[in-house]
Ligand binder design. Sequence first.
Ligand code: ATP
Length: 342
Amino acid sequence: MHVITVIPGDGIGPEVIDSALELLDALDVDLSFDILDHVNAARYRREGCALSDADVARVAASDGLLLGAVGTPELEDTDYVRSVLLRLRGDFDLYANYRPVRLWHDRLSPLRDAARRAIDCVIVRENTEGLYSGVGGNLRASSRMEVAIDADINTWHGVSRIMDFAYQTARREVCLVDKANAVRAGGRLWQQCQRTCAQQHPEISSTHLYVDAAAMNLVTDPSAFDVIVTSNSYGDILSDLAAALAGGIGLAPSASLNPATNFGLYEPVHGSAPDLAGKAVANPLACLLTAALLLRGLGLAAPADATEAAVAGAIAAGRVTPDLGGTLSTREVTSAVLAGLG
Ligand code: ATP
């Protein structure tokens, strides 16, 4: 029996998590759920803390965490989201952000050239350092002498372990994406770590692209990529671009993993989408594909495969929400996927 903690969160988070729980209940898997439905923006506003030490202890006692979305436009600063997501990433050292992108149906691609549409790659994004480390500040703020610094932190420890993970994940190729011609110190370290991994994995081909060329190639021939390994900030941007090539963020799953402990935080790439909350039109497929990633992470490949096949079936039959050109509600799409589980 695996215990999964669940944080539905804010906005459409609880709606898509309901779909995922319905799916996991329908599958023949031995899971139990510890639902932390009090971890949300309302509690943060009320108590100044959304995720308590006791909540973190419950997560620590589980085998994985499934999260809907955290965020609300009513809280202007980023402290709330950081206090939940960054705390979880930090406490569980979830350094590998794994974002698979796959074109589930030809119709969903915005590209005209059919031969190049078939994107099926993984973006491996470093999740704990880089430009998003929060190191820096403003000197002489709000004056014409202001200096603003956001440091790009790259450590051998952080880069070598994400590179190892990328090579273990790859089927045929690891493409390092950086901007080493302009951001040279970090670029040097990333390239050095890639050379080490390339020697250890001669069966995997090792390539490199500057981030501007990678963005261009993702649009001109996304089918060429297998694994892209990159920093926190470039991974953030490229994974949204890649998701758009596969039908949009309503379909994009992700996992933040610690490959050493095998613990993972599984969440759809999209956020709380406040414009859609309460309207019953949120696409649940990203969250259902996230549940499939969770199953795979627990070593349950057969129900993960069944879920992905059922999602592909629902898309092929046009049983989808408005963001994918359909007319169905969140619940109706969930029922269509459940009916396709076979
Ligand atoms: P947050 O601040 O929590 O990240 P956000 O609205 O800034 O929220 P997203 O939630 O990622 O960012 O969504 C951006 C837009 O994409 C939404 O406003 C919505 O229109 C669309 N979108 C996101 N998720 C879905 C979904 N599951 N189904 C359909 N449309 C979605």
